[in-house]
Write a protein that binds this ligand. Sequence first.
Ligand code: PRX
Length: 642
Amino acid sequence: MSHAVHPVPEHFSARIGPDELAKLRRFADEDPDGFWLEQARRLDWSRFPTRTGEWSFGQADFHIRWYEDGQLNLSVNCLDRHLATRGDRPALIFEPDQPGAGRAWTYRELTQETCRFANLLRRQGIGRGDRVMIYMPMIPEAAAAMLACARIGAVHSVVFGGFSPESLAGRIDDCGARAVITADQGVRGGKVIPLKANVDAALAMSSGIETVIVVTRTGADVPMHDGRDISYSAVRDSLEIEAEPEAMDAEDPLFILYTSGSTGKPKGLVHTVGGYSVWAATTFDWIFGAEDSDVFWCTADIGWITGHSYVVYGPLLNGATSVMFDGVPNYPDFGRLWETCDRLGVTIFYTAPTAIRALMREGEAPVKAHSRQSIRLLGTVGEPINPEAWEWYYHVVGDGRCPIVDTWWQTETGGILISPFPGATDLKPGSATLPLPGVRTVLVDSEHQELHGAASGNLCLAASWPAQARTIWGDDDRFFQTYFSAYPGMYFTADGCRRDEDGYHWITGRVDDVINVSGHRIGTAEVESALVEHKSVAEAAVVPVPHDIKGQAIHAFVTLNAGTEGDDGLKAELNAEVRKHIGALAIPEHIQFAPALPKTRSGKIMRRILRKIAEGELSSLGDTSTLADPGVVDQLVAGRSG
Ligand code: PRX
């Protein structure tokens, strides 16, 4: 464990220093309503709210509402209100797979493009409350599509382009979407992603989609279905560049984003207009504090919550310049990120630990080949960062000049909840440091006791915050059961956490059946049900194993039907099964054929033991005497290398 403490670098300039932060914390504690209304003042409301947070996490009276009597439009806040002062400044800088082949979109251009999309959606009969899927590459039109939905009050659901047609179909059916916005193809790392073909395949498996809008990215000749598919480039010039924004109630749904949990199919988390917007604006300003001269680059895809909050909404709400990157860190070579930082003059750079570890393995040369002098602040998100990777990021990438903000949050939290303030917080490598003002973290033990002082336990939140997810689309009960039943009166994050003597938080990872592979959340149950779809598979159990670069990887134990032999051919078929049902991102690192799985006498699979076997921790398997057949363990240990 690293015990280094890095104070705020002497020359780092920030609006919020230690005194301002202490004042903010006092404000939040002493006058919560005043504090939350103050944050709401960051936005333009057509009706300013008089109310702030009203919630109960108890089952009888469960509700979460923020700024309920307020009215606003998110796209107006991201776009129109900046036009007078920033119309010609870049809102988005598009950086495609091919270095330097992109261009910047000004606030005016983005506003006009958003209005065109809004008018097209309206022309297709889409309006307030309708659900629209977005399945697109990281191109500015994708941001315009999201903003267009926000403008007309439609609810967007962005699906990462790496998900399979079947995953997309499941999400379409789950939320009852009426339209899909996609592109002909994507290109990443030199490889083509057949987005439109995937949409066609998804629509053959789902129902309800009346309109498919296809943006031209590569210009490939993709099949178009008459009466359903519209080529955006063919109609673009006929669309007006102004569109009346819908006045939305603060608690109207803004978007649905699907994420994996312990059980069953992905959950469509619902975020609402008012609270989400306030928190995206507030946290972006607090943590990144971008000024007009800054160029902010968050490498996340818009298919994840990080892309929603810190590629699109947070930066645009603050009138900042945000880079949209449609490439990968190792294409054309391992210097790509730093070459791009130099070329675009990136000042704030935000990425995932997995990318840092992958680059670290390539050594310092690809980093040192580029100047990186423009960078003044670094950030990480998505998974715990090991102190070694933190130090490398700090010293090699940042030349010891730039603070690192390790930001902890979740799809469910909508925005950052635990993070340093770069101008005010001493850093400890590997710690996300302290909860933000107004955020009340609590650690609890398995006996439901709240822990005080330095302690390790399960991380919960004792109070709501504006961007808290409101429900799971169509399943209020599942929402309550998943997050509020384990520790009554609190939101349970499903993360473990250690709090040290300074109150610093050290996230230790998920305590549920979610595997964090390269910062992507994958549910064990989803992978298991994909594997058992194969005709030769009798049973499957999936556990995480530590991985040097990905953080965690998937280890699958697979029991075959009698008479079937496991071999490499079958492993390839099983991988294909996972790719088909979920997407390539969920393909197991290891598949181990197992004669049987360790089960209790009541038939429950003992995952704790499987995890130890997968990790090779054979000396600490624990008590195996409760197993129905303890001999199974020896067979699995013997088969581990196989
Ligand atoms: O386990 C935590 C981990 O990522 C989970 C949330 O994943 P997702 O909803 O996909 O959102 C990722 C981007 C916000 C959390 O439950 N996680 C996220 N950030 C950190 C983290 N673990 C440790 N440190 C972080 N900074």
